[in-house]
Structures are given as structure tokens and as C-alpha cells.
Design a protein around this ligand. Structure first.
Ligand code: NAD
Length: 359
């Protein structure tokens, strides 16, 4: 079977970690007899330098014509002085919107081998941690009406509108329930329904979707409580579903519990099987070109692509277990290095993981 993957390496460490994810995909292709075809596309600072625009039309068109997108990271100090609308990061919002990627999946999995990197006490994470944040990605305050007005006696004022339709909530809630059915059958919906009208509609709509999934237990948490419970008792969560802005914050909090940002993958899904897969981290300009970047978040993002877009479960398992194997053999990139282990570079990590996949 042939799979068409659009690859957007981006800026900083983006191209470095993406190259290692490709090594893993090629190893999967060889071992399991699949053919992955890559089309390299420009976005972010690299696109600004070559075309003057952070998200060229060609990138959107070719990404739409692929089965899935693998993205590195975009942005960097070189483009920081550009106005907001022309900055590399704007390409991410453009891609999400153009590709209809409304559900962002961020697993927070604590690898037992990296327990020492978890900032919580051992007893909070005993037996490991595995939760999934499903964040609504194309609606809410980040895409709502915004503006500035002059007031009579309070100077300038600015506003951003949080608005959700039933349809927007329903589809992301359905994604969360579907995920829960494949996991531990528990969904926690997070809102601020004690204050916000948009949250009250959110809560009502999630409850309607829940009626189609009688096997899944549904809890509703206010966002302030959810933020607290994530560090107090993270093991109570299975799937968390929430709005764009709350998900932005809670998924970062959940990911910190697991240790290094260099280990965290993500998927953004559209209707059907199409998805864009990318590490949670940014372009890390401070370590770009030094061989210090951890490619595991990008490699685990490729594993999510195999699982969610291509439905290749065994292949995804093989990639994830290859990552576990090199960790259990004591090999570490600098971000997760502790005394007594052996330090390896970005490309060594990628090659060793690819080798393990092939075994
Ligand atoms: P960052 O994630 O790039 O870096 C934060 C810290 O984590 C840095 O110290 C970095 O060295 C370290 N780090 C990140 N990824 C790592 C990896 N794989 N291995 C080892 N260490 C790693 O976040 P930032 O510094 O806030 O942002 C840098 C640039 O990236 C900015 O231009 C920002 O806008 C952009 N950014 C892009 C994305 C994206 O493309 N999805 C996401 C976040 C930030």
C-alpha cells in the first residue's frame, strides 16, 4: 500500500527532528512492506525567506492532496520583528483552518524510564501516567471577533470574543468519546459553565453526545479545578476534552508532568482519517544545529500518524516500543540526560530507533 505524506520541516530544529521521523517511517516501510511517499513543502520562516509568505498556496494545495501531514516546527528570532500577520507561526493557524483540523490530540504519557523527570512526587504517578487531552482547535476566542475601541474615560479597550456553535462542540466531543472507547472509557469535559454562556452551551452539547456512548463515564470540571486536579491527582484522568484556549493551557500543564517537551507528540485531526502530526515543541532556536534536539516527539508523532490516519496499529506499536527500548538501554539526548546514562545526538537517536524498528 502507498501512503502520501506531505512533509513540512519548517525552521530551527524542525528539519533536524523531521529527518529522524522519516528514518523511523522508512524502517516501518521496509519491515512491514509499505511505501511512504514524501512531498516536501515550505511553511513558516523557511517559506518567508523563499516566497515572502509564511504559508504559500502551493503548500496548502499539496497538503490537501496528501493522506497526512508531518510537520517539524516553525518560527525563530530571525522573523520575530515581522508584524503578527506575517510571522511564521501564522502558518500553523492557516494550515489548521485550511485543512479543517478541528481536534488536537495531545497524549501525556510518562515513560517509566523517565520517571525522574516528572516534577510530581512519586506517589502521584505510581504505575505510570497515560492521559489524552483533546483540544478544540479551530474555534473559540482564538478565531473569534476581535478589535479595539476608544472608551469615554478608560482609554483604549480591546476585546476577543469566545463563541462556539453546537456543531463545533459536537464534533470535537465525538472525537473525545471515540478515543475514550479505545482507552479507559472515561471523558472529563472542561469548561467554565459557572460564568460563561459559551461554556453552558459546551456542557449541554457534550452531554448530548455522551448519550450515544453509554459505556463511557462523563465528568464535567470547571477549568480552575481541572488545572488543580492535574497536579493533585493526574491519574484520575483518561480523556480530557476542552475548548481551544483552555486546551492550550491544560495540555501544556499535562505535558510538563511527563518530563521533557522533547518527548511529546501531537495529532490534529479533520473529518475522516486526515491528520497533521507534529511534535508539541517549537523550533528551539537555542539548540538548532547543535545535534542536541530530542527527535522522539517527532518520531512519536509519526507513530500517531500510523495509528490514526493509516490505521496501522502494529506499525505504530513497533515505533513506540523502539523508543522505549533505547530509553531502557540507557541512551539519552541531552534534554533527558541524567548521570549514569549515555548521551547521544539527534541523528544517533533517530538511527538507533530505526534500527530497533527493523529488528
Ligand atoms: P520551544 O519549544 O522551541 O523551546 C523551549 C525550550 O525547550 C528550549 O530551551 C528548547 O531548547 C527546548 N526544546 C524544545 N524542543 C526540544 C527538543 N526536541 N529537544 C530538546 N530540547 C527541546 O519553545 P520557544 O522557545 O517558546 O519557541 C521557539 C520558537 O518556536 C518561537 O519562534 C515560537 O514561536 C516557535 N514555536 C513553534 C511551535 C510550532 O511550530 N508548533 C510551537 C511552539 C513554539
Amino acid at each position: 500500500m502507498n501512503y502520501k505524506i506531505a512533509v513540512i520541516p519548517g525552521d530551527g530544529i524542525g528539519p533536524e527532528v523531521t529527518a529522524e521521523a522519516i528514518k523511523a517511517l522508512d524502517a516501518v516501510g521496509e519491515k512491514f512492506g509499505h511505501k511512504f511517499e514524501y512531498t516536501y513543502l515550505l511553511a513558516g520562516g523557511a517559506a518567508i525567506d523563499k516566497t515572502g509568505r509564511c504559508l504559500p498556496e502551493e503548500t496548502v494545495e499539496k497538503a490537501k492532496n496528501s493522506d497526512a501531514v508531518l510537520l517539524g516546527a516553525v518560527g525563530g528570532p530571525k522573523w520575530d520583528s515581522l508584524p503578527g500577520d506575517e510571522r511564521p507561526e501564522k502558518a500553523l493557524l492557516g494550515l489548521r483552518k485550511a485543512l479543517g483540523l478541528y481536534a488536537n490530540l495531545r497524549p501525556a504519557i510518562m515513560f517509566d524510564e523517565l520517571k525522574s523527570a516528572c516534577p510530581l512526587k512519586d506517589e502521584k504517578v505510581i504505575g505510570g501516567l497515560d492521559l489524552l487531552v483533546v483540544r478544540e482547535l479551530t474555534g473559540g476566542i482564538y478565531f473569534g471577533e476581535r478589535g479595539t475601541v476608544d472608551t469615554d474615560n478608560m482609554g483604549k479597550a480591546a476585546y476577543d470574543v469566545e463563541m462556539y456553535s453546537e456543531k463545533e462542540v459536537e464534533r470535537v466531543a465525538r472525537t473525545a468519546f471515540e478515543m475514550a472507547m479505545k482507552r479507559n472509557k472515561k471523558v472529563t469535559s472542561v469548561d467554565k459553565a459557572n460564568v460563561l454562556e459559551s461554556s453552558r452551551l459546551w456542557r449541554k452539547t457534550v452531554a448530548k453526545v455522551a448519550a450515544d456512548y453509554p459505556e463511557v463515564e462523563l465528568d464535567n470540571f470547571y477549568v480552575d479545578n481541572a488545572a488543580m486536579q492535574l497536579v493533585y491527582n493526574p491519574k484520575q484522568f483518561d480523556v480530557i476534552v476542552t475548548s481551544n484556549i483552555f486546551g492550550d493551557i491544560l495540555s501544556d500543564e499535562a505535558s510538563m508532568i511527563t518530563g521533557s517537551i522533547g518527548m511529546l507528540p501531537s495529532a490534529s485531526l479533520a473529518d475522516g482519517a486526515f491528520g497533521m502530526y507534529e511534535p508539541v515543541h517549537g523550533s528551539a532556536p537555542d539548540i538548532a544545529g547543535t545535534g542536541k534536539a530530542n527527535p522522539m516527539a517527532a518520531i512519536l508523532s509519526a507513530a500517531m500518524m500510523l495509528r490514526y490516519t493509516f490505521g496501522l496499529r502494529n506499525e505504530a506499536d513497533a515505533v513506540e516500543s523502539a523508543v522505549r527500548k533505547i530509553l531502557s538501554e540507557g541512551l539519552r539526548t541531552p534534554d533527558i540526560m541524567t548521570p549514569g546514562y549515555r548521551e547521544i545526538t539527534t541523528s544517533e537517536a533517530g538511527s538507533l530507533i530505526a534500527e530497533k524498528i527493523g529488528e
